[in-house]
Design a protein around this ligand. Structure first.
Ligand code: PMP
Ligand code: GLN
Length: 380
């Protein structure tokens, strides 16, 4: 009756692992979301706007107060100027923004370079646009960009490169030199870029996030995606934004208006209020999450896992090769049931599964949960 357009795709690993964790009563360090609440004033602003009757459609590109706040914050945190009218589009989650950007760029037969492990929505979005995903592995162990392999992957059919920094699931970050290299490459081959920067504020140990927006030649060819879900601990509000030059924004909006049309109105108003009242809030996140990363890593010191502390995001990879040879998916399910601790297997983010054995743990959790999770892991 229906022939699947995505025959190899099932329900996402995040949904499956969270359901398994709930079913087993396991500590859920699998799907990436905080187990603590968003700032009270943000939640109150949302309630206020709902009760004040701001419950009808927003303008297609987003509420103007919010787009202006986004531009103010780009100036404050990155020293970047952007035009709220022509360069900013509020989207109902970065996922939708990425999908629309892919649809705007990719035609049947086009090739899209992505780096494995790659976020799960990228490849299906490319396939639905009729394109072909070309997977370039990040360097084993460090998950750094392999510039030679990137260069070698470019063909006359390449249309788009998708990058993600800070990187989910590995926690690695792109360096300034990586972005300069990418800029030269996309200029030379006339390519477009999707830069997924949803974890922009979560970089640790004094590192600085390098945005595609900071490099003129890159910015001119990039859709750059951000998510309020990550920054303000409201993943369930599904709101983010895309920064792109006017010509790219025009094409993005043509698609966005027929996928979702708009993002949710009271969410946009609440986020705009919060950004105006607390412009310094994003700058507090790195220390907040670095504390959580360090707590988790320290508590794991007596375990049989090996790991390098995550450089960014709220994910920590643990290498279990000293414990088991089992494939990561089976092991993840087993440990959720047997040890009451749920994580994410990272082989699902690869075209060719890696030889190393890693599981991903989300440390956006309250301190007692992180300590309890580490205790369970130390017993394995
Ligand atoms: N990209 C990456 C790398 C992510 O980890 C996520 C979220 N979890 C998204 C995009 C999607 O963000 P949103 O929830 O705003 O759609
Ligand atoms: N991005 C989140 C993660 O990596 C999950 C989002 C989702 O469930 N789609 O865990």
């Amino acid at each position: 009756m229906i022939t699947s357009k995505l025959p190899h795709v099932g329900t996402t690993i995040f949904t499956r692992m969270s359901a398994l964790a709930a079913g087993c009563g396991a500590l859920n360090l699998s799907q990436g979301f905080p187990d603590f609440d968003a700032p009270q004033s943000l939640r109150e602003a949302m309630a206020r706007h709902v009760m004040a009757g701001h419950n009808q459609y927003a303008p297609m590109a987003g509420v103007m107060q919010l787009r202006e706040q986004i531009c103010a914050q780009l100036g404050l945190h990155r020293n970047i100027t952007a035009n709220p009218d022509t360069e900013i589009t509020v989207v109902p989650g970065a996922t939708e923004g990425i999908f629309c950007a892919v649809m705007a760029c990719v035609r049947p037969g086009d090739e899209v370079i992505m780096f494995d492990p790659s976020y799960d929505s990228y490849q299906p979005s490319v396939e639905l646009a009729g394109g072909r995903a070309v997977h370039v592995p990040l360097r084993p162990g460090t998950f750094a960009l392999d510039r030679e392999r990137l260069e070698a992957a470019v063909s006359p059919r390449t249309r788009l490169v998708m990058v993600n920094s800070p990187h989910n699931p590995s926690g690695s970050t792109l360096s300034r030199e990586d972005l300069i290299f990418l800029q030269a490459l996309v200029e030379r081959h006339n390519l477009l870029v999707i830069s997924d920067e949803v974890y922009e504020h979560l970089v640790f140990d004094g590192r600085r996030h390098h945005s595609a927006l900071e490099f003129e030649g890159l910015r001119a060819r990039s859709f750059v995606l951000f998510s309020f879900g990550k920054t303000f601990s409201v993943t369930g509000w599904k709101t983010g934004y895309c920064v792109a030059p006017p010509a790219l924004t025009t094409e993005l909006r043509k698609i966005h208006q027929f996928v979702c049309f708009v993002a949710v109105t009271p969410v946009q108003l609440a986020v705009a209020d919060f950004m105006q009242a607390e412009p310094g809030y994003p700058a507090t996140l790195a220390a907040f999450y670095q504390h959580k990363r360090d707590l988790f890593c320290k508590a794991l010191q007596g375990s049989r896992f090996s790991f390098a502390p995550s450089a960014g995001t709220y994910f920590q990879l643990l290498d279990y090769s000293a414990i088991s040879d089992e494939p990561d998916i089976a092991l993840c399910e087993l440990w959720t049931r047997q040890h009451g601790i749920a994580s994410i297997p990272i082989s699902v983010f690869y075209e060719t599964p890696p030889t190393q054995h890693y599981l991903r743990f989300c440390f956006a959790k309250s301190d007692p949960v992180l300590v309890a999770a580490a205790e369970r892991l130390c017993e394995i």
